[in-house]
Design a protein around this ligand. Structure first.
Ligand code: Z57
Length: 837
C-alpha cells in the first residue's frame, strides 16, 4: 500500500534510517561524546565510574532506537499485548546483559580497551538494582528477557522504589545488620524519565452518586510518573519496556489549605506523596499487612490500568473488546486490587454496565500463585480497604454478592461452602481474601511447578477447582540461559558452544541435548572440569579477600543461597555441618586421607523482623568461626556465610557450585528457581521431593540427583506424630550437635535457646529432626560419589544437556499459548511508515 509521505517525514527518515554504527571506532566516539556532553566531564581524564556511565548511555541510545521502532511496529500491527504486573523486578545489572543481547560485547570491549579500560572492570561499576526480594522478583526479570527474546508484545509494570532491598552486613559478633539501599546515588543511566507520562491516583475520600454513576471524590491525590527501561531481547531487534512508577505530589494545588493560609502544612502534605514509592517491603513469602503496602499496590496498579486503557483507546473501538488486545498477568496477589480498579474505570469513567464490565474484566486478568504458605496469603481488613479505597470496597462486596449468589444456587443450604468460597472472611476483624478475589476475577490461575499447582487445586482452592477445573493450570518456572549461563559462566558457555558448533543454544536450550553424545569423551570431561575450576578459582579468590582464608579448588563447593526462611531449612544444613565437623575431629589420619574436603557456602537475607531467621544467620557465623579456626580440621571443612546475597553475587558464585542445596520441607517451596541455575552451571543437587526439584529429577534422572526426605503426602502425618509424641529422633550425631549448641559452643543463649526450642518435637513444624538422618545419608552419598571425579563430571554433563525444560523461554511460550493468546511479532523494518519511503 502506498504511504503518504510528507517533506518532514522524508527529512526525518533520512536521519532515522542511519542507525548508530556498530564498529569499534564509532562506539569509541559515542562513549567519549557521552563523557563530554552527558556527564560534562573532560574527555582527557575520566575514571572507571564515568567510563561505565558513558558506556551505559551509549548502549541506551541503541536501545532507544530499537525500542521506538518496536513500539511503533506493535502499534501499527495492532497486536495483542501482555502486561506483566509485579511489585518486584529483580533485574540485576544491565550492561553486560544488554551487550550480549545486542551482540556487541566484543566491539565495546575493543573500544574501551582503546580508552585504557577493561570492560569487565567497567561492568563492575554498575550497582545492582535490587527492586525485589527473591524468587518472585527474579522470575519477573527472567520473564522480561524471554518475552523480548521470543518477540512477544509485552510490557512490565511495577514500582520504582527509591530504596531497594536492604544491603546486608554482618556485625563482628555475627548478627545481620540492615543498611538502606539508596541505589540511585550515582543516577540510573538505564531509565528514561517520562515527565509527560503521568496519572493521578486517589486515596481515601468519599463516594457520591451523580444520578448516572458513582463518583469517587476528595481524599488525597498523588501523581504517578513513568520511568521506562528498555529490555533488549537476545539476537532480535525487538526491545520491550519496563515501566516503573514513581510517586510525586499531585500538580493541582490544594485550594483548601491555600485559603487557610497554611502554607507549610500544604507543602508538608505534598512531601508525603513521595513516601508511597520510597521503599520495597523486604519480606519474602510473608505478608506485611501494612497500610503503606496496600497504598503501593493501588498506586502502581491504578497508574498502570489508566496507561493501558489510554493506549487501547487510541484506536476507536468499544472497551468491551479490551481482552482482544490486552492480557494482564497478576504476579501473585499483590496487584489484585486491579480487578476492582478496572471495574471502577469501566463503570464510573466509561459508563459501562456491571455485566459488560465484569465479562470483560474476567477475560483480561490471569493470576499466578507463588506459595501455599498461609502466612504469605494476603488479606486486608475490610476497615482498611473501606478507608483507603472506599469505591473498591463497594465493588468487591458486589463482586462477592454475585459470586456467592451463584454458589447458593448450586449448593443451597451449604453454609460452610459459602464461607470457604467467600472473598470476605467473616471474623474480627473482617478481612478481604485477595487470593479469592484473584481467582474469581481471572480466567486462568496457575501455580509455578507441577507439585505446587496440584496443591493450589487441592489445598488452596478445592471448591473453585471443582467448579472450573480448566481455570487451573501449571506453568513450571524457568530461568533465562542468557544471564544465568552465557553471561554468568563464559567459561562453560564457550565449551558448550564449541562442542555443539553453534551458540544458538543460548536461545534454544534444547540444542544442549547434543552434548550428551559426547559424555564419554575424555576431552569434554576435561573441559567441563577446567571450566569448573576457573569458576571455583574466582570464588576462592573472593573468599581469600573477604575472609582471609585459603580454600582449595579441589574441595567440593557446597552452596545454599536463598532467602533465610525456616521452611528452606538452612538450620538443617548448619546442623549437618556441625556433625561433619564433629566427625572430622574424631577421624584417624588414615580416615582423613579418605575424607572429601568441603567448602560450605551459605548466603541469604533474613527479613528484618524475622527473629528466628536472624538467629540462624548468627548460628552459621558462629559455626564458621569455630570450624575455620580449628587446626585439627585443616582443609577438610571450611564454612562461609557470604554477605549480601543478590543477583550479582549469584552470578559470581552459582557457576562455582559442585553441589547445591534445595532442602525445603516437602510441599513448602512452590518451585525454587536457583535449583535450575545451579544445575545449568554444571553442579548436582541435594534436595527434597519439592517444587521444581521433582521435575528436574524427571528430566535429568534420579542417578544425577541426591534426593532424600519425606514426601509431601507424608508430611501431615509426620507432623502429627512429632507433635503428639509418636516420634522422636534417635540420631546420635544430631543429639551431639544440639548438645553443643545448648552449651553455647557456637553462639550465646539468646540465639541457641530459641533455636533449640524450635527443634523440640512438638515445635518442629518444618520437620528438621524428622528428615535429618535421611539428609545425612544423602550427604554421605554425595561424598562417596565425589570421589569418582569422572563419573561425577559425566553426571554434570548429562544434567546440563537435559535442562531444556527449565529455560524461561519454554515457560513464556506456554503462558503465551495457553493463557495470553499472544503472537510472536518480530520487528520487520520495511513495514514501519517512515522506512517505506
Ligand atoms: C517469593 O519469592 C516466592 C513466593 C512468594 O509467595 C513470595 Br511473596 C515471594 C517464591 C517462591 O517461594 C519460590 O518457590 C518460587 O520459585 C518463586 O516465588 C517464583 O515463583
Amino acid at each position: 500500500a502506498a504511504v503518504e509521505v510528507s517533506e518532514k517525514d522524508k527529512i526525518i527518515h533520512n536521519i532515522m534510517t542511519q542507525y548508530l554504527p556498530r564498529d569499534v571506532d564509532s562506539i569509541l566516539k559515542q562513549i567519549v561524546n557521552h563523557v563530554e556532553y552527558t556527564l560534562a566531564r573532560t574527555k582527557y581524564n575520566f575514571d572507571e565510574q564515568h567510563a561505565y556511565q558513558a558506556t551505559a548511555y551509549s548502549v541506551r541510545d541503541r536501545l532507544i532506537e530499537s525500542w521506538n521502532d518496536t513500539q511503533q511496529y506493535f502499534t501499527e500491527k495492532d497486536v495483542k499485548r501482555v502486561y506483566y504486573l509485579s511489585m518486584e523486578f529483580l533485574m540485576g545489572r544491565y550492561l553486560n546483559n544488554a551487550l550480549l543481547n545486542l551482540g556487541i560485547e566484543s566491539q565495546y570491549q575493543g573500544a574501551l580497551k582503546k580508552l585504557g579500560f577493561d570492560l569487565d572492570e567497567v561492568e563492575h561499576q554498575e550497582r545492582d538494582p535490587g527492586l525485589g526480594n527473591g524468587g518472585l522478583g527474579r522470575l519477573a526479570a527472567c520473564f522480561m528477557d524471554s518475552l523480548a527474546t521470543i518477540n512477544y508484545p509485552a510490557w512490565g509494570y511495577g514500582i520504582r522504589y527509591k530504596y531497594g532491598m536492604f544491603e546486608q552486613r554482618i556485625s563482628k559478633e555475627g548478627y545481620q545488620i540492615e543498611i538502606p539501599d539508596y541505589w540511585l546515588t550515582a543516577g540510573n543511566p538505564w531509565e528514561i524519565e517520562r515527565l509527560d507520562v503521568k496519572y493521578p491516583v486517589r486515596f481515601y475520600g468519599e463516594i457520591k452518586h451523580n444520578g448516572k454513576h458513582y463518583e469517587w471524590q476528595g481524599g488525597e491525590v498523588v501523581t504517578a510518573i513513568a520511568y521506562d527501561s528498555p529490555i533488549p531481547g537476545y539476537d532480535t531487534y525487538n526491545t520491550l519496556n519496563l515501566r516503573l512508577w514513581s510517586a510525586t505530589p499531585a500538580s493541582e494545588f490544594d485550594l483548601d489549605s491555600f485559603s487557610r493560609g497554611d502554607y507549610y502544612s500544604a507543602v508538608a502534605s505534598k512531601e508525603a506523596a513521595e513516601k508511597i514509592s520510597s521503599v520495597l517491603y523486604p519480606n519474602d513469602a510473608t505478608e506485611a499487612g501494612k497500610e503503606l503496602r496496600l497504598k503501593q499496590q493501588h498506586f502502581f496498579v491504578s497508574a498502570t490500568l489508566q496507561d493501558v486503557v489510554r493506549r487501547f483507546k487510541k484506536k476507536d473501538r468499544p472497551l468491551t473488546e479490551l481482552h482482544t488486545k490486552v492480557a494482564i498477568q497478576l504476579n501473585d496477589t499483590h496487584p489484585t486490587i486491579g480487578i476492582a480498579e478496572l471495574m471502577r474505570i469501566f463503570m464510573d469513567h466509561e459508563s459501562m454496565g456491571w455485566s459488560a464490565a465484569w465479562a470483560t474484566t474476567t477475560k483480561v486478568f490471569s493470576y499466578t500463585n507463588h506459595t501455599v504458605l498461609p502466612e504469605a496469603l494476603e488479606r486486608w481488613s475490610v476497615d482498611l480497604v473501606e478507608k483507603l479505597l472506599p469505591r473498591h470496597m463497594q465493588i468487591i462486596y458486589e463482586i462477592n454478592r454475585r459470586h456467592l449468589e451463584e454458589v447458593v444456587k448450586k449448593y443451597p443450604g451449604d453454609g460452610d461452602k459459602l464461607m470457604r468460597m467467600s472473598i470476605i472472611e467473616e471474623g474480627f476483624p473482617k478481612m478481604v481474601r485477595m487470593a479469592v478475589l484473584a481467582v474469581v476475577g481471572s480466567h486462568h490461575v496457575n501455580g509455578v511447578a507441577a507439585i505446587h499447582s496440584g496443591l493450589v487445586k487441592s489445598r488452596l482452592f478445592p471448591d473453585f477447582y471443582k467448579e472450573q477445573p480448566d481455570k487451573f493450570l501449571n506453568m513450571t518456572n524457568g530461568v533465562t540461559p542468557r544471564r544465568w549461563m552465557q553471561s554468568a559462566n563464559p567459561a562453560l558457555s564457550e565449551v558448550i558452544s564449541r562442542w555443539l558448533e553453534t551458540d544458538e543454544w543460548v536461545s534454544n536450550y534444547e540444542l544442549c541435548r547434543g552434548l550428551e553424545q559426547f559424555v564419554d569423551s575424555a576431552d569434554m570431561q576435561r573441559e567441563f572440569r577446567e571450566a569448573k575450576r576457573t569458576n571455583k578459582k574466582r570464588v576462592a579468590e573472593r573468599i581469600k579477600k573477604e575472609f582471609g582464608v585459603e580454600v582449595s579448588t579441589d574441595a567440593m563447593f557446597d552452596i545454599q543461597v536463598k532467602r533465610i526462611h525456616e521452611y528452606k531449612r538452612q538450620l538443617m544444613n548448619v546442623l549437618s555441618i556441625i556433625c561433619r565437623y564433629n566427625a572430622i575431629k574424631r577421624m584417624t589420619p588414615a580416615e582423613k586421607e579418605e575424607c572429601v574436603p568441603r567448602v560450605c557456602i551459605i548466603g541469604g537475607k533474613a527479613a528484618a523482623g524475622y527473629v528466628i531467621a536472624k538467629h540462624i544467620i548468627r548460628l552459621i557465623n558462629g559455626v564458621s568461626k569455630v570450624v575455620n579456626n580449628d587446626k585439627d580440621v585443616g582443609d577438610l571443612l571450611k564454612v562461609f556465610f557470604m554477605t549480601n546475597y543478590n543477583v550479582t553475587l549469584a552470578e559470581d558464585i552459582i557457576p562455582a557450585n559442585d553441589i547445591s542445596q534445595h532442602i525445603s520441607t516437602a510441599g513448602m517451596e512452590a518451585s525454587g528457581t536457583s535449583n535450575m541455575k545451579f544445575v545449568m552451571n554444571g553442579g548436582l543437587i541435594i534436595g527434597t521431593m519439592d517444587g521444581a526439584n521433582i521435575e528436574i529429577r524427571e528430566e535429568i534422572g534420579n542417578d544425577n540427583m541426591f534426593i532424600f526426605g519425606l514426601l509431601e503426602e507424608e508430611i501431615d502425618r509426620a507432623r502429627n506424630e512429632l507433635k503428639y509424641g509418636g516420634y522422636q529422633h534417635t540420631d546420635s550425631r544430631l543429639q551431639e550437635a544440639m548438645k553443643q549448641i545448648e552449651a553455647n559452643k557456637y553462639c550465646g543463649k539468646d540465639v541457641s535457646e530459641p533455636l533449640l526450642k524450635n527443634l523440640q518435637p512438638y515445635n518442629d513444624y518444618y520437620l528438621v529432626t524428622r528428615d535429618f538422618s535421611s539428609y545425612m545419608d544423602a550427604q554421605a552419598r554425595v561424598d562417596e560419589e565425589y570421589k569418582n571425579q569422572t563419573s561425577w563430571v559425566k553426571k554434570t554433563i548429562t544434567s546440563v544437556a537435559r535442562m531444556g525444560k527449565f529455560s524461561s523461554d519454554r515457560t513464556i511460550r506456554e503462558y503465551g499459548e495457553q493463557i495470553w493468546n499472544l503472537e510472536a511479532t518480530p520487528f520487520v523494518p520495511s513495514s514501519v511508515a517512515y522506512k517505506t519511503v
